[in-house]
Design a binder for this molecule. Structure first.
Ligand SMILES: O=C(CO)COP(=O)(O)O
Length: 258
């Protein structure tokens, strides 16, 4: 089973002006013009999504939103609708990031609804999950993943899950100087895939892309992705310079032997 490696960046709220996002998208497009080994995606700040869509629509770089409302449209003040994202030809929706879970109190029930909605509209959800504190005990760690996945995914919808992306982002490694160590990340990804096999089935579990996020940089990208269950990286601060993002893509290619 070959899953195409993915490297993506969420810009969170770090770019205020659409011009900055357009410039970032333009540079990405140029730097990654002939990139076909790794799929690259960009999740701009919501107010820049429209110009970014115009810029990237004709490129191989995927783009999408950092969140959606739990319903397709209607009375959801301040939210972003999946229908609007569909109009913009977005292909990805990030769901359940640590900051959404902790600051905005999103729970697994709401996250499950958003995943189903995203899949029904033909977009790929990026389901973020991770443990709050570092876990030495693999049994404990696996049970945390199992419970989260069990609440966020429905076995009855498993025929839709081939486009699902899981972003494994341990809470304790986000926004830090260093990422989680590579051995720890490799074990976590393996455990997540085991949970997916148990909750869905082996064929579906093998189709699902699992990427790691949390203080990823060009210095740790190679080691982090040197495992068959780590299908790529989700980048934050250390990708704000598009040249750094390109270096991360190159390191992933080196790890995956492209
Ligand atoms: O939350 C993240 C990506 O979604 C990670 O952010 P940092 O790489 O800045 O820790």
């Amino acid at each position: 089973m070959t899953r195409k490696p993915k490297v993506g960046i969420s810009m969170k709220l770090y770019q205020n002006l659409p011009e900055q996002a357009i410039e970032y998208a333009k540079i990405m497009k140029n730097l990654l013009l002939n990139e076909d080994a790794v799929e690259v995606f960009y999740l701009p700040t919501a107010t820049s999504l429209y110009p970014v869509a115009n810029e990237l629509n004709d490129s191989s770089i995927l783009y999408g939103s950092q969140n959606i409302a739990p319903e397709a449209n209607g009375a959801y003040t301040g939210e972003i609708s999946i229908e609007a994202l569909k109009e913009l030809n977005c292909s990805l929706v990030e769901i359940g990031h640590y900051e959404r879970r902790t600051i905005f109190q999103e729970n697994n029930k709401m996250i499950a609804d958003k995943i189903t909605l995203t899949l029904e509209y033909g977009l790929s959800p990026i389901l973020c999950l991770g443990e709050v504190t570092r876990q030495i005990d693999s049994v404990k760690l696996k049970s945390i993943f199992y419970d989260d996945l069990n609440e966020c995914l429905a076995a009855s919808k498993k025929n839709l899950y081939s486009s699902l992306i899981i972003a494994y982002e341990p809470f304790w490694a986000i926004g830090k100087e260093k990422a989680a160590d590579a051995d720890y990340v490799h074990r976590s990804h393996q455990l997540i895939r085991e949970c997916l096999t148990e909750l869905l089935d082996e064929t579906t579990a093998e189709l699902i892309t699992i990427i790691y996020g949390g203080s990823v940089s060009k210095n740790n990208a190679y080691q982090l992705t040197q495992h068959k269950d780590v299908d790529g990286l989700f980048v934050g601060r250390f990708g704000h310079d598009p040249n750094q993002l390109l270096s991360i893509v190159d390191e992933v290619k080196r790890a995956k032997k492209y």
